[in-house]
Design a protein around this ligand. Structure first.
Ligand SMILES: [Mg+2]
Ligand SMILES: [Zn+2]
Length: 187
């Protein structure tokens, strides 16, 4: 069966930087490649879903955003695995317009599902913010909160609101849980 894992970028795959606009601000966490390899080795489509309001704020062009995306994919490729897609919301309601793609809305995830022929029920959303979990939940995906990035500050709210199916230290922990969960829930 086709299945997929959506991953937030900042605070999940790479450490948070304040409004990152340059490729050299993207450095993978040590847990990222082992986690991605584990998931990819089990046949998951790996899809990035990321809010990048730096574009709406006028700090980065669409071309600049694409350059950062190319760099991220290159880092992952050099590390021996690959991302199958990446979806970015360039908007921000205060600087551009309201949109249907900025997480916690589910537009980015919906686009990824469509382009890869995936069902939400066969997908997971991994991120370090409440909005990541909310976007996944909106479509009925299982959600994993990682404690990198903003994860630690989000943890209690995620628990209180039951936003996460699992909470773990990083992307590698998320990958291990996801594979266990799939093994348990497969009929
Ligand atoms: Mg994040
Ligand atoms: Zn948007």
């Amino acid at each position: 069966m086709r299945w997929g894992v959506f991953l937030d970028r900042d605070g999940t795959l790479v450490p948070n930087a304040h409004h990152p606009t340059r490729p050299d601000q993207l450095k993978l966490y040590r847990s990222t490649l082992p986690g991605l390899k584990l998931l990819r080795g089990s046949g998951a489509k790996l899809l990035v879903a990321s809010n990048q309001s730096v574009v709406a704020r006028g700090m980065l062009s669409e071309a600049g955003l694409r350059a950062m995306d190319r760099y991220l994919k290159q880092l992952v490729r050099q590390g021996g695995t690959s991302l199958q897609g990446a979806y970015y919301c360039p908007h921000h309601p205060d600087f551009s317009r309201a949109c249907a793609c900025r997480k916690p809305k589910a537009g980015l995830l919906r686009q990824g599902l469509k382009e890869h022929g995936l069902k939400a029920g066969a997908c997971y959303m991994v991120g370090d913010s409440k909005t990541d979990l909310q976007a996944g939940r909106a479509l009925g995906m299982k959600t994993v909160l990682v404690l990198t990035g903003y994860g630690r500050s989000v943890r209690s709210a995620a628990l209180r609101n039951k936003l996460a199916d699992h909470i773990t230290s990083n992307v590698y922990g998320a990958a291990k849980w996801i594979l266990r969960d799939r093994a348990l829930t497969k009929v």
